[in-house]
Design a protein around this ligand. Sequence first.
Ligand code: B12
Length: 453
Amino acid sequence: MARKPTTKPLTAGAFLPMSSAEMNARGWCELDVLLITGDAYVDHPSFGAAMIGRVLEADGLRVGIVAQPDWKTLEAVTVMGAPRLFVGVTAGNLDSMVSNYTVARHKRKLDVYSAGGVPGRRPNHAAVVYAQLARRAFPGVPVVLGGIEASMRRVAHYDYWEDKLRPSILTDSKADLLVYGMGERAVREVARRLRGGAGDLGGIAGTAVLLGAKASAAADFSGCIVLPSWEELAPYYSATYAAYDRSHGATQTDGEIVADASRTGTFRHIPVRPGAQLLDVGCGGGFFLRIMSQLGVRVMGVEPSENGVAAVRQDGLPVFHGTLEEFLVSEVARGRKFDVITSSHVLEHVESDDQAIMELCRVTKRGGCGILVAPISVGLEKTIEDPLVTDEAGRWRLFGQNDHVRLYAHDDYVEKIRSHGFRVEELGERYFGKAIFRSLGLKPTSILYVVSK
Ligand code: B12
């Protein structure tokens, strides 16, 4: 017997629109809900954005999807115009840091949730970056975060990749609401309220909002389990930050390292000359200073972290507590010149790197040398820098980290150092050997920029 043909609504089965042409094909002039996702759009129940989209569609809403937008342009998310009710944002099926990096913190070569497995299609901390993009693209439209990245990061949390304690993702993303865990019910309630003209999204089960100081003070938390805030947790964390450990990066005992260095006449590619003056900018817990000092070098450290400084002082070594800029204009630095300067991962943080390099060159003695290490983006043609970008999400988006103020291109970096009077030699793992690179915590692809004057 022939089966009776089923009549389907016009849109059922069709993919959710991803462009204005696809909206037009459905006769839509605007969306009710726009979903932005860090995964490719795969219309399958194991994909959160597709799932949420279909649930809302079943409630009669017009839903569009922007998948893996180019996060550097607003146009990438405005292709279907501003949605009437809200923008839903998810980093994708996995936390974007899980997607982008292996547990060993190496960049993944494969992204299983991108077409063709191509990596690099989603930014680090994608939920924050997309939410900020949506904020700028659609002022006044509520932004609702969801998915695993938002869920896991909804309270103060430790970020393994950054090795930092982070506040709730609501702080950085500036989203209006966060839906955690399975989002179907919560998101339907959000849509129902906004459809009915209610602006209040409070009290929906499975959601989190940032209350602000006033509302927090007025709220009744009796009967709640109150978790410690980021502010309360932060001091515990920073005291144990690995770089402030007195022996961070050490693979042998001090005695063994000193014996080796005395025999070879160098430590970490720096010639050991008793009596020479050494400046280590960003000296952390002072391990490098301590070894050099035991080798007879007269050392001076600069470190902005209180915990790092405390560790250095435990060893009775001289350290300036402050930034490089503060040190260079301080009384401590006045009239001093150094035979050796080392600065590892400092220049990407300072306001004016030109000024910093110029000053470092000025305080280096003629015939002196040093190492200037900064993260370089391989393949980048021009250094990216924009002093107007001061917010964390913007910095993640442009520079790859929230406390960086620029992302160096190789040629620009080398040229910049040369232009301020240093000669530069570029040495990699092949030159130093694997053991040294490992002891310095460097990736095999890293290059040390060895300078001399
Ligand atoms: C099935 C599964 C797999 C399958 C995937 C099969 C497939 N083709 O999809 C396989 C086995 C391949 C797999 C692999 C991996 N997985 Co897996 N996997 C899962 C599992 C069990 C279910 C995922 C799923 O389908 N969920 C269904 C969808 C619909 O749920 P969802 O995405 O969470 O979406 C809901 C909510 O988040 C929310 N939501 C989602 N988007 C949005 C958007 C908005 C706007 C809103 C409001 C709400 C919202 O509502 C949705 C519906 O309820 C989860 C654990 C779990 N129970 O969630 C782990 C999980 C996702 N996997 C995980 C990991 C780590 C991995 C691997 C990286 C493991 C590895 N080391 O190789 C790999 C990834 C591969 C890679 N990148 O190289 C972790 C991710 C941790 C994290 N913090 O990101 C999880 C959470 C397990 C865990 N607890 O550790 N995985």
